[in-house]
Design a protein around this ligand. Sequence first.
Ligand SMILES: Nc1ncnc2c1ncn2[C@@H]1O[C@H](COP(=O)(O)OP(=O)(O)O)[C@@H](O)[C@H]1O
Ligand SMILES: [Mg+2]
Length: 310
Amino acid sequence: MAILRIEALTKVYRRGFWGRRHKALESLNLEVDEGEIFGFLGPNGAGKTTTMKLLLGLIFPTSGNAWLLGQPIGQRTTLQRIGYMPENPYFYRFLTGQEYLCFCGRLCFLDSKLRQTRAEELLDKVGLSQAAKVRIGEYSKGMMQRVGLAQSLMSDPQLLLLDEPLSGLDPIGRKEITDVILELGKQGKTIFFSSHILSDVETLCDRIGILNRGRLRSIGKVSELVGAKVTSITVEVADLPQERLAEIREKTTRVQDLGANQVLLEVPDQETVSHIVQVASASKAHILSITPRKESLEDYFLREIKEESR
Ligand SMILES: Nc1ncnc2c1ncn2[C@@H]1O[C@H](COP(=O)(O)OP(=O)(O)O)[C@@H](O)[C@H]1O
Ligand SMILES: [Mg+2]
């Protein structure tokens, strides 16, 4: 069942004194099923934050509709079952992490005991136990991200909207937060998160959507979108005579001497591989390996975005 459904959602901002129109989101269609971890990817300015704000009713669409938990957007009862982590969260600098979370718990009507225990549990989950009694004003950017994530979980929501949850974190922090998100996914929560950085996303998401200039470029499982296209093939050969190598060289895109009479040849297609195999067997050289290099998510993302800007 779709827990988040977006239909032809469009947002036009008016900018500057003359109110020039800027289409930040153009006819977006999207569905996220219950229990999915969905990565909403795109470069800066693609319209990711705009989409999240529309879903939460913080801004209003120019046209189109969306439903959260089966209800039209903007309803208070559904908002209570949703957790939101904003991109640039504003915190009360003079509250400690613990106090801030308890305050959030109060806003979602948790009783005093529950808010205390949940705040402690969540600070522990995001790795901030040590800083529970430190004022947020003294937190680093990464700690702010963590407290922001903890905050979004205070009401034990069914659906989480996380805007760039991995930005501003060092590699260890990214791994830790990725693990927290995966664990939430295992608990059956639905997670819709945005990112302009691609590493880690491949392991995290069930599906991704790529947004560019307000338009959804592609959507699907990472394995379906990526990895089908072979971009090059590398062939490792041993004992290939120099004159044979000279013959093949112009068909390769890269030649690397591996030492011990071994050479690595990068070639663009299967035909060239067959040719190398023939040359090798005719000259008593040995093929050590043939490895197709598949497109990575990074390659795919860049290709999609480049095509769009043509
Ligand atoms: N309040 C606003 N008024 C005018 N333009 C805006 C406003 N908010 C965002 N934009 C523009 O809309 C586009 C999408 O922005 P945003 O949704 O923040 O992108 P992302 O989160 O993917 O980086 C950008 O070109 C941005 O400059
Ligand atoms: Mg954004």
